[in-house]
Design a protein around this ligand. Structure first.
Ligand code: ADP
Ligand code: MG
Length: 345
């Protein structure tokens, strides 16, 4: 009788322990952080079977890594690779492997877009006053001067010596159209290497998803992450939602950074071939496995417009796009529709 009771209590205890151990292995915890990086709000959400403390530590390390990369790639950060190249005249400067990786993506999209995407727009951006306190339409002389150094052929990359040289004295690099995507990619890779199976990194709308949105327990199937596409004319409204379990979804728009002069809106993307700010598209949303590639393609599409832009997207395997014209027309690649829900049209 007495023995029976001990056995029962022991059995009950064992079951409790088994349930507790099972649960702590099966429970998926979540941690989230929002920080100001790259002139925008960056949100990192991670889900995993790690302890809460371990998740928080992993986010800390990821945010530090993103800040480190910004310090290498930002043209404004004194001492960054890009700053040093831009201030070297026509001399070579040694750069990090990360800078070379970004330059490689930039070169690819430069070639595919026949120069619509060109990171040598640095002086041109400055002529329009972007990145300064006084944004204004430049005089024809200023424009011509800035345009003289535009062209990727002025960028000499020596991969073996890990160095870069600008062969024209007026050339200045600006990675603003690709670096944010690259840093988002690196953040996701950094998390994956630390045992994170599910993450969302959102740098002001440049989103990359790892594994989708899991449930509370490991046996629940992860849901797709829903990424909103801002309505081009209605503030705080969405025009579409893109759902995905993996890869990048990001948008270049004419409504984020711009200025108005004499009733005309000038957006922060320039056509490297003419020096003028671009017109025609309100936004370009791109899906790709890599955010760096998606970022550069989105900027290129804004330059090329709907028709040529769509053709550029189609030239890349596994890249899709949703373009909205200034007139409000929606142009999608064939593969985009299956991920996209249109709303508020
Ligand atoms: P964001 O989404 O961060 O506002 P985008 O990805 O749309 O920016 O890229 C815009 C930025 O790209 C500009 O601020 C500038 O730094 C750079 N840029 C502008 N025009 C071009 C171009 N034709 N090719 C490459 N980069 C460009
Ligand atoms: Mg871009």
């Amino acid at each position: 009788m007495k023995f029976g009771r001990v056995a029962l209590v022991t059995a009950a205890l064992l079951i409790l322990i088994a349930v507790w151990v099972g649960q702590s292995l099966a429970v998926i915890r979540r941690a989230e952080r929002q920080v100001l990086l790259m002139d925008t709000f960056v949100r990192v959400i991670v889900h995993g079977r790690l302890s809460q403390a371990a998740l928080e530590k992993t986010i800390d390390a990821t945010v530090n890594e993103m800040a480190r990369l910004e310090g290498i790639l930002s043209a404004h950060a004194v001492g960054s690779d890009i700053y040093r190249i831009n201030n070297a005249g026509t001399e070579r400067r040694e750069v990090s492997a990360e800078t070379l990786a970004v330059l490689e993506r930039a070169a690819l999209v430069y070639e595919q877009s026949r120069g619509a995407f060109d990171i040598t727009v640095g002086a041109l951006m400055r002529a329009w006053g972007f990145g300064t306190d006084t944004r204004a339409v430049p005089s024809p002389e200023m424009l011509a001067e800035a345009l003289s150094g535009v062209g990727f052929e002025h960028v000499e990359v020596d991969s073996a010596r890990r160095s870069v040289r600008l062969s024209h004295p007026a050339t200045r690099l600006d990675l603003g159209g690709v670096a944010k995507g690259y840093i988002v990619d690196k953040a996701v890779e950094f998390l994956a290497a630390r045992g994170i199976d599910y993450a969302i990194v959102d740098a002001g709308g440049d989103v990359r998803v790892l594994g989708g949105h899991p449930g509370q327990f490991v046996w629940e199937r992860p849901r797709a992450v829903r990424v909103g596409v801002q309505h081009p004319t209605q503030r705080d409204a969405l025009i579409a939602v893109v759902s995905t379990h993996r890869g990048a979804v990001l948008t270049s728009g004419d409504y984020e950074r711009y200025f108005v002069e004499d009733g005309v809106r000038y957006t922060h993307i320039v056509d490297p071939r003419t020096g003028q700010t671009v017109r025609g598209l309100s936004s370009a949303t791109i899906m790709a496995s890599e955010a760096a590639l998606a970022d550069a393609i989105a900027t290129a599409v804004m330059v090329l417009g709907a028709e040529e832009g769509k053709a550029l997207i189609e030239a890349f395997p596994d890249v899709e796009g949703l373009l909205i014209t200034e007139g409000g027309a929606i142009v999608m690649t064939d593969g985009m529709a299956q991920f996209t829900e249109l709303i508020n049209r």
